[in-house]
Design a protein around this ligand. Structure first.
Ligand code: BF8
Ligand code: SF4
Length: 662
């Protein structure tokens, strides 16, 4: 049995071992970590236990931007020393922070640019495996940036749209196309501060150039370019990825989806797609439904082919097509320990190199598919949008052959959580107002009358430095209990689904006001909006709340707050910075890469707010984060004069008809 031999040879037992229950609240992951231990297989949880975070790097008190260094300062006495070039702690920390923002923004823009290229090729007839699926959305997006839609064909509109949206990346001067969607007063502040993004390539390039040795050495000026580069993500690449994704693959609307490792099926060929761009996944759906391939799978003894998603790829497709989802970032190695995964196909971002070893241990095929992401030890089958099935069919064929030759015992945790997902901005509009008067007015009204205290975006990663999912779940429970409506994306959304908070029945976790709204509308207190690029949907929702009126003139006036309580990636930092620059108080957990009581820290955590933007906050404790967010929401309510909730009157059907008639 070749696989068993592999299992023994490929594994390294971790030196320091932590009890699986200490590192995660995900029961499936716990069960698989126990099995991994029995099998002698190592995961990121073990490596985190054996690798202490570097205390100097953790606080960003070191610089390796030139060969006069690397220079290390002392985080305890940050102003006692400077680098060889004379760079002080604020310069060093802000340059490091800037490079995280640049990388994060580059990732989302790179992803968005791929989506736009596919869209262009579809419009020009160079690709026929994809098509424009949502014409309404096409017209609506085009209209929102001033493209004429009346009386024009989809092809004409789409041609103008891709040409216009290309400026998101390539424009050198001027303002990015989606800046037209920014509330006027917010935009005024950006213009005053000179942080309106021009084109993403320019912003990322300039930020990288300014952080070179001996260039920009004022933390305030560096922060300005951080904001500009981050805004080029949220209102640029991420928003393009979301909008083009909707046009090509359909705008999500609420549907019930199964989540957790129990979606794997022992008697079927199991294929997982993990990564970020929806293109690979969409073609994989076509391949697993190919009758000839299904036939081959049946001949191999399988009942069928079972396709499931993980991380953001999974979120893209669960929100659009209801494809089951096996888990978030910290479960990607654990899921392979089931032995039931016949193939995992990945594209870009958040794909641990450690997967290659675990896949080897269990004889799972790990395929990289993207020219921007190869992994040593994984098989590479390149995916081309102009000929997608060549790649995805081969993945399916290899998965079937692995199924046929399965020799190791299989253990699938029998855990599945159902939740409602697919709350796009458009669907929320429809859900709140109905199809004839789709509107955010009921949301604003319920915030003004105090039933809903405010809105929180709880998003982002999971991180083995903290107990997986726990900070997300405790934070969100605390928020909804206090009548704060929670919007979610990314790995956080999966954490809350596993905890059962994405069902309408979860209204019981909500405070009386929010609970009443949830029951009336039939919605969960926690609304899942999709993948990390779909944080752009939160920006659109916030802009719409401003436009509807009654809650101030800019995003900074709204009673809203954001959090990424278990963040780990540079993309998360870019997202945090674009929320802050858009006007949102944004709290991160785990750790924050800045020395406290420094000028740069004060700048991010206090002074940006005084400039009319949002500000950063930090706490590793979910209850403390909740308190910070709720205090901020209350502060904003007070400024708006809605702190004393109006007397709460419940409308009956007669009242409703009267309102409708009026
Ligand atoms: O973009 S939440 S771990 S999977 S970075 Fe990555 Fe973080 Fe998950 Fe998607 Ni987002
Ligand atoms: Fe040291 Fe300055 Fe070089 Fe950084 S840029 S490594 S602080 S000398």
């Amino acid at each position: 049995m070749p696989q068993e031999k592999t299992l023994k040879e490929a594994t390294i037992a971790p030196k320091k071992a932590r009890d699986p229950e200490e590192v995660t609240i995900c029961e499936s992951t716990t069960q698989m970590l126990r099995k991994a231990r029995r099998d002698g297989v190592e995961t990121a949880f073990d490596r985190a236990a054996n690798m202490r975070a570097c205390p100097i790097g953790e606080k960003s008190a070191c610089c390796k931007h030139c060969a006069m260094g690397p220079c290390r300062l002392n985080a305890k006495y940050p102003y006692k020393q400077v680098g060889v070039c004379g760079a002080n702690i604020d310069t060093i920390m802000s340059r490091n922070f800037a490079r995280m923002v640049a990388t994060g923004s580059a990732c989302h823009n790179d992803h968005g640019m791929t989506m736009l290229n596919v869209f262009r090729d579809v419009v020009n007839g160079d690709i026929d495996d994809y098509a424009i699926k949502d014409i309404n959305k096409l017209e609506q997006v085009a209209g929102s940036i001033g493209i004429e839609v009346d009386g024009r064909s989809p092809k004409e509109i789409a041609t103008d749209l891709y040409q216009e949206l290309e400026k998101t990346y390539t424009q050198v001067e001027g303002e990015m196309p989606f800046v037209k969607r920014v509330p006027e007063k917010t935009l005024e502040t950006w213009r005053k501060l000179d942080i309106v993004p021009r084109g993403a390539m320019r912003e990322v390039m300039e930020l990288m150039s300014r952080t070179h040795m001996g260039c920009d050495q004022h933390y305030e000026n560096i922060t300005k370019q951080c904001s500009r580069t981050a805004l080029a993500d949220g209102w640029g690449g991420s928003m393009v990825a979301t909008e083009i994704g909707d046009i090509l693959f359909g705008t999500p609307s609420a549907m019930s989806v199964e989540v957790n490792m129990g979606v794997l099926k022992e008697d079927q060929v199991n294929i997982i797609v993990h990564g970020h761009e929806p293109n690979l996944f969409d073609s994989m759906i076509a391949s697993v439904n190919e009758p000839t391939l299904v036939e081959v799978a049946k001949k191999a003894g399988a009942k069928g082919i079972n396709l499931v998603g993980m991380c953001c790829s999974g979120l893209e497709m669960m929100s659009r097509y209801g494809v089951p989802h096996a888990g978030n970032f910290m479960s990607t190695e654990a899921v392979l320990v089931t032995g039931a995964v016949d193939a995992m196909a990945v594209d870009i971002q958040c794909i641990k190199q450690g997967l290659a070893k675990v896949a080897e241990c269990y004889g799972t095929h790990l395929f990289t598919t993207n020219p921007r992401c190869h992994i040593e030890g994984a098989q590479h089958i390149e995916f081309h949008e102009r000929d997608p099935k060549t790649c995805t069919d081969e993945v399916v064929i290899k998965a079937i052959s692995r199924f046929k030759n399965r020799s190791l015992p299989i253990e699938i945790p029998k855990i599945v959580s159902k939740g409602i997902h697919g709350f796009s901005h458009e669907y929320i509009n429809y859900m709140l107002g109905g199809s004839f008067r789709a509107s955010y007015s009921p949301l604003n009204d319920n915030i003004i009358n105090g039933r809903i205290r405010g809105v929180a975006g709880v998003v982002g990663c999971v991180n083995p430095r903290v107990k997986q999912d726990w900070v997300h779940v405790e934070l969100v429970k605390e928020l909804v209990k206090n009548d704060v409506l929670v919007l979610q994306t990314g790995c956080s959304q999966i954490a809350l689904t596993k905890a059962g908070l994405t069902t309408p029945e979860a209204a019981i976790y909500a405070g009386p006001g929010l609970g009443e709204v949830c029951e009336t509308v039939g919605m969960p207190p926690v609304l899942g909006l999709g993948a990390c690029v779909d944080n752009s949907r939160i920006l659109i929702a916030a802009s719409e709340m401003v436009r509807i009126g009654g809650l101030g003139d800019s995003i900074a006036d709204l009673p809203v707050a954001g959090a990424a309580p278990e963040w780990m990636s540079e993309k998360a930092i870019a997202i945090g910075q674009y929320f802050v620059a858009s006007g949102v108080f944004t709290v991160f957990g785990v750790t924050f890469p800045i020395v406290e009581e420094t000028k740069f820290h004060k700048h991010l955590f206090e002074e940006l707010e005084q400039q009319g933007l949002g500000k950063w906050g930090f706490s590793p404790d979910p209850y403390e984060i909740a308190k910070m967010m709720i205090d901020h929401i209350d502060k904003k309510r007070k400024a708006l004069g809605i702190d004393k909730a109006r007397e709460r009157v419940l409308m009956d059907m007669a009242d409703r008809r009267a309102v409708d008639a009026a």
